[in-house]
Design a protein. Structure first.
Length: 271
Protein backbone atom coordinates (compact mmCIF):
# COMPACT_ATOMS: atom_id res chain seq x y z
CA UNK A 1 0.00 0.00 0.00
CA UNK A 2 1.35 3.40 -1.00
CA UNK A 3 1.84 5.88 1.80
CA UNK A 4 -0.21 9.02 1.11
CA UNK A 5 2.97 11.10 1.27
CA UNK A 6 5.09 8.95 -1.06
CA UNK A 7 4.61 7.15 -4.32
CA UNK A 8 6.03 6.16 -7.68
CA UNK A 9 6.60 2.84 -9.37
CA UNK A 10 10.03 2.25 -7.80
CA UNK A 11 8.43 2.73 -4.39
CA UNK A 12 5.42 0.51 -4.95
CA UNK A 13 6.59 -2.18 -7.41
CA UNK A 14 9.60 -3.87 -9.00
CA UNK A 15 9.24 -1.90 -12.24
CA UNK A 16 12.60 -0.69 -13.56
CA UNK A 17 13.44 2.60 -15.25
CA UNK A 18 16.07 0.88 -17.40
CA UNK A 19 14.67 -0.12 -20.79
CA UNK A 20 18.01 -0.45 -22.63
CA UNK A 21 20.89 -1.95 -20.67
CA UNK A 22 23.44 -0.46 -23.07
CA UNK A 23 22.54 3.11 -22.13
CA UNK A 24 23.01 4.90 -18.78
CA UNK A 25 20.09 5.79 -16.54
CA UNK A 26 19.37 9.52 -16.25
CA UNK A 27 17.68 10.90 -13.14
CA UNK A 28 15.53 13.96 -13.78
CA UNK A 29 14.81 15.88 -10.58
CA UNK A 30 11.87 18.25 -10.23
CA UNK A 31 11.14 20.12 -7.01
CA UNK A 32 7.81 21.86 -6.66
CA UNK A 33 5.39 23.59 -4.33
CA UNK A 34 1.92 24.58 -5.50
CA UNK A 35 2.69 23.89 -9.15
CA UNK A 36 -0.63 22.44 -10.31
CA UNK A 37 -0.68 24.75 -13.34
CA UNK A 38 2.47 23.18 -14.80
CA UNK A 39 2.89 19.78 -13.12
CA UNK A 40 1.19 17.65 -15.77
CA UNK A 41 2.93 19.31 -18.71
CA UNK A 42 6.28 18.89 -16.96
CA UNK A 43 5.63 15.17 -16.45
CA UNK A 44 4.41 14.78 -20.04
CA UNK A 45 7.54 16.41 -21.45
CA UNK A 46 9.61 13.74 -19.70
CA UNK A 47 7.35 10.88 -20.79
CA UNK A 48 7.50 11.87 -24.48
CA UNK A 49 11.29 11.69 -24.68
CA UNK A 50 12.71 9.06 -27.03
CA UNK A 51 15.64 8.30 -24.73
CA UNK A 52 14.60 5.08 -22.97
CA UNK A 53 16.35 5.15 -19.57
CA UNK A 54 14.85 7.98 -17.54
CA UNK A 55 13.66 8.10 -13.96
CA UNK A 56 11.67 11.15 -12.85
CA UNK A 57 12.11 12.04 -9.18
CA UNK A 58 9.67 14.68 -7.90
CA UNK A 59 9.81 16.26 -4.44
CA UNK A 60 6.88 18.39 -3.39
CA UNK A 61 7.33 20.86 -0.56
CA UNK A 62 3.89 20.39 0.99
CA UNK A 63 1.61 21.84 -1.69
CA UNK A 64 -1.84 23.08 -0.75
CA UNK A 65 -3.20 23.02 -4.31
CA UNK A 66 -3.80 20.01 -6.61
CA UNK A 67 -0.11 19.18 -7.15
CA UNK A 68 -0.15 16.03 -4.99
CA UNK A 69 -3.38 14.90 -6.64
CA UNK A 70 -1.63 15.14 -10.03
CA UNK A 71 1.35 13.16 -8.69
CA UNK A 72 -0.96 10.40 -7.45
CA UNK A 73 -2.72 10.34 -10.82
CA UNK A 74 0.67 9.80 -12.54
CA UNK A 75 1.97 7.35 -9.95
CA UNK A 76 2.80 4.65 -12.52
CA UNK A 77 4.74 7.14 -14.68
CA UNK A 78 6.95 8.65 -11.96
CA UNK A 79 9.86 6.68 -10.48
CA UNK A 80 9.53 8.31 -7.06
CA UNK A 81 7.64 11.23 -5.55
CA UNK A 82 7.33 12.54 -2.03
CA UNK A 83 5.58 15.42 -0.35
CA UNK A 84 6.83 17.03 2.86
CA UNK A 85 7.86 20.51 4.00
CA UNK A 86 11.39 21.60 3.09
CA UNK A 87 13.69 24.57 3.60
CA UNK A 88 13.71 25.80 0.04
CA UNK A 89 14.55 24.74 -3.50
CA UNK A 90 18.05 23.44 -2.86
CA UNK A 91 17.14 21.62 0.35
CA UNK A 92 14.52 19.77 -1.71
CA UNK A 93 17.08 19.04 -4.45
CA UNK A 94 19.53 17.64 -1.90
CA UNK A 95 16.75 15.37 -0.59
CA UNK A 96 15.79 14.29 -4.10
CA UNK A 97 19.36 13.28 -4.93
CA UNK A 98 19.18 10.66 -2.17
CA UNK A 99 16.42 8.89 -4.12
CA UNK A 100 18.25 8.88 -7.47
CA UNK A 101 19.70 5.77 -9.10
CA UNK A 102 21.00 7.32 -12.31
CA UNK A 103 24.55 7.83 -13.56
CA UNK A 104 23.57 11.35 -14.64
CA UNK A 105 21.44 13.99 -12.93
CA UNK A 106 19.42 16.71 -14.60
CA UNK A 107 17.24 19.35 -12.86
CA UNK A 108 13.95 20.42 -14.44
CA UNK A 109 11.68 23.08 -12.97
CA UNK A 110 7.98 22.32 -12.74
CA UNK A 111 7.25 25.19 -15.14
CA UNK A 112 9.92 24.03 -17.60
CA UNK A 113 9.67 21.34 -20.26
CA UNK A 114 12.12 19.09 -22.06
CA UNK A 115 12.77 19.38 -25.78
CA UNK A 116 14.01 16.76 -28.25
CA UNK A 117 17.58 17.93 -27.70
CA UNK A 118 17.46 16.28 -24.29
CA UNK A 119 17.27 12.78 -25.80
CA UNK A 120 19.89 13.61 -28.42
CA UNK A 121 22.36 14.89 -25.84
CA UNK A 122 21.54 11.96 -23.53
CA UNK A 123 22.86 9.63 -26.24
CA UNK A 124 26.22 11.43 -26.09
CA UNK A 125 26.93 10.96 -22.37
CA UNK A 126 30.07 8.87 -22.31
CA UNK A 127 32.63 10.22 -19.83
CA UNK A 128 31.56 9.99 -16.19
CA UNK A 129 33.93 12.82 -15.22
CA UNK A 130 32.32 15.27 -17.65
CA UNK A 131 29.31 17.53 -17.24
CA UNK A 132 27.50 17.93 -20.58
CA UNK A 133 25.36 20.96 -21.37
CA UNK A 134 23.37 22.45 -24.21
CA UNK A 135 21.00 25.36 -24.80
CA UNK A 136 17.52 26.40 -23.69
CA UNK A 137 14.63 28.41 -25.04
CA UNK A 138 14.03 31.42 -22.79
CA UNK A 139 11.13 33.84 -23.29
CA UNK A 140 10.51 32.21 -26.65
CA UNK A 141 14.04 32.73 -27.95
CA UNK A 142 16.70 30.00 -28.33
CA UNK A 143 19.71 30.92 -26.21
CA UNK A 144 22.86 29.82 -28.05
CA UNK A 145 25.75 31.18 -26.02
CA UNK A 146 28.41 28.62 -26.88
CA UNK A 147 30.92 27.01 -24.56
CA UNK A 148 31.58 28.77 -21.26
CA UNK A 149 34.99 29.73 -19.93
CA UNK A 150 35.94 31.41 -16.67
CA UNK A 151 35.36 34.88 -18.12
CA UNK A 152 31.85 33.99 -19.28
CA UNK A 153 31.15 32.61 -15.82
CA UNK A 154 31.78 36.09 -14.42
CA UNK A 155 28.64 37.38 -16.13
CA UNK A 156 26.50 34.27 -16.67
CA UNK A 157 25.85 30.75 -15.46
CA UNK A 158 25.30 27.49 -17.34
CA UNK A 159 21.53 27.13 -17.37
CA UNK A 160 20.56 24.46 -14.82
CA UNK A 161 17.87 23.09 -17.17
CA UNK A 162 20.42 22.35 -19.90
CA UNK A 163 23.06 20.63 -17.76
CA UNK A 164 23.73 16.92 -17.18
CA UNK A 165 25.84 16.33 -14.08
CA UNK A 166 27.61 12.99 -13.61
CA UNK A 167 26.73 11.19 -10.40
CA UNK A 168 30.25 11.67 -9.01
CA UNK A 169 29.49 15.39 -8.50
CA UNK A 170 26.85 14.62 -5.90
CA UNK A 171 28.83 11.83 -4.34
CA UNK A 172 31.11 14.64 -3.13
CA UNK A 173 28.93 17.77 -3.10
CA UNK A 174 25.56 19.11 -2.00
CA UNK A 175 23.89 22.38 -2.84
CA UNK A 176 24.64 25.08 -0.27
CA UNK A 177 21.18 25.85 1.10
CA UNK A 178 22.35 29.24 2.42
CA UNK A 179 21.95 30.42 -1.18
CA UNK A 180 18.21 30.50 -1.85
CA UNK A 181 18.26 31.04 -5.63
CA UNK A 182 21.87 30.77 -6.86
CA UNK A 183 23.23 27.63 -5.14
CA UNK A 184 23.61 25.96 -8.55
CA UNK A 185 25.82 28.87 -9.62
CA UNK A 186 27.95 28.50 -6.48
CA UNK A 187 28.34 24.76 -7.08
CA UNK A 188 29.41 25.40 -10.67
CA UNK A 189 32.09 27.87 -9.54
CA UNK A 190 33.43 25.36 -7.01
CA UNK A 191 33.57 22.58 -9.60
CA UNK A 192 35.37 24.88 -12.01
CA UNK A 193 38.06 25.56 -9.42
CA UNK A 194 38.48 21.89 -8.48
CA UNK A 195 38.99 20.87 -12.15
CA UNK A 196 37.97 17.29 -11.38
CA UNK A 197 35.00 17.67 -13.73
CA UNK A 198 35.27 18.78 -17.36
CA UNK A 199 32.47 20.74 -19.02
CA UNK A 200 31.46 19.93 -22.60
CA UNK A 201 29.10 22.04 -24.71
CA UNK A 202 26.73 20.72 -27.38
CA UNK A 203 24.62 23.00 -29.57
CA UNK A 204 21.29 21.33 -28.83
CA UNK A 205 18.14 22.79 -27.29
CA UNK A 206 17.58 20.69 -24.17
CA UNK A 207 14.63 22.46 -22.53
CA UNK A 208 12.29 25.41 -22.42
CA UNK A 209 13.34 27.48 -19.40
CA UNK A 210 10.32 29.32 -18.04
CA UNK A 211 10.75 32.62 -16.21
CA UNK A 212 7.75 32.16 -13.88
CA UNK A 213 9.83 30.49 -11.14
CA UNK A 214 11.39 32.31 -8.20
CA UNK A 215 14.51 33.29 -10.17
CA UNK A 216 12.25 35.23 -12.54
CA UNK A 217 11.04 37.68 -9.89
CA UNK A 218 13.58 37.58 -7.05
CA UNK A 219 17.35 37.57 -6.61
CA UNK A 220 19.80 35.85 -4.26
CA UNK A 221 21.02 38.56 -1.89
CA UNK A 222 23.70 36.39 -0.29
CA UNK A 223 25.10 35.44 -3.69
CA UNK A 224 25.39 39.06 -4.83
CA UNK A 225 26.92 39.98 -1.48
CA UNK A 226 29.58 37.26 -1.87
CA UNK A 227 29.87 37.36 -5.65
CA UNK A 228 33.19 39.22 -5.87
CA UNK A 229 34.77 36.91 -3.29
CA UNK A 230 33.45 33.78 -5.03
CA UNK A 231 34.77 34.93 -8.41
CA UNK A 232 38.22 35.68 -7.01
CA UNK A 233 38.45 32.41 -5.05
CA UNK A 234 37.12 30.09 -7.76
CA UNK A 235 37.96 31.74 -11.09
CA UNK A 236 41.17 33.60 -10.32
CA UNK A 237 42.64 37.10 -10.51
CA UNK A 238 42.04 37.96 -14.19
CA UNK A 239 38.31 37.08 -14.16
CA UNK A 240 38.07 39.01 -10.90
CA UNK A 241 39.53 42.11 -12.57
CA UNK A 242 37.10 41.63 -15.45
CA UNK A 243 34.29 41.45 -12.88
CA UNK A 244 35.43 44.75 -11.32
CA UNK A 245 35.52 46.35 -14.77
CA UNK A 246 31.94 45.23 -15.45
CA UNK A 247 30.82 46.66 -12.10
CA UNK A 248 32.51 49.97 -12.91
CA UNK A 249 30.92 50.03 -16.36
CA UNK A 250 27.48 49.32 -14.88
CA UNK A 251 27.79 52.14 -12.34
CA UNK A 252 29.02 54.54 -15.03
CA UNK A 253 26.08 53.68 -17.29
CA UNK A 254 23.64 54.26 -14.44
CA UNK A 255 25.11 57.70 -13.79
CA UNK A 256 24.89 58.57 -17.48
CA UNK A 257 21.25 57.45 -17.63
CA UNK A 258 20.40 59.55 -14.57
CA UNK A 259 21.86 62.62 -16.26
CA UNK A 260 20.06 61.83 -19.52
CA UNK A 261 16.76 61.51 -17.66
CA UNK A 262 17.34 64.82 -15.88
CA UNK A 263 17.94 66.52 -19.23
CA UNK A 264 14.76 64.93 -20.64
CA UNK A 265 12.71 66.19 -17.68
CA UNK A 266 14.19 69.67 -18.07
CA UNK A 267 13.38 69.72 -21.81
CA UNK A 268 9.77 68.70 -21.09
CA UNK A 269 9.41 71.58 -18.62
CA UNK A 270 10.86 74.05 -21.10
CA UNK A 271 8.44 72.86 -23.78
Amino acid sequence: MINMYQGGYSFSSSQSSIKDSKLPLISIITVVRNGEQYMQSCIDSVLTQSYPNIEHIILDGGSTDRTVEILKKNNDQIAFWQTEPDHGIYDAMNKAIQHCSGKWYMFLGVDDSLMGGFSELAQRLTCENTAYYGCVIYRGVPQYDGAVDRFKLVRSNICHQALFYPRVVFDEHKYDVAYKIAADNVLLLRLWKEKKIKFEYHELIVAVFNHTGISGYDWDRLFFKNRSKLIYEHLGALPYLYHLYLLFEEKANKKIMKRVNKVKKLMKRLN
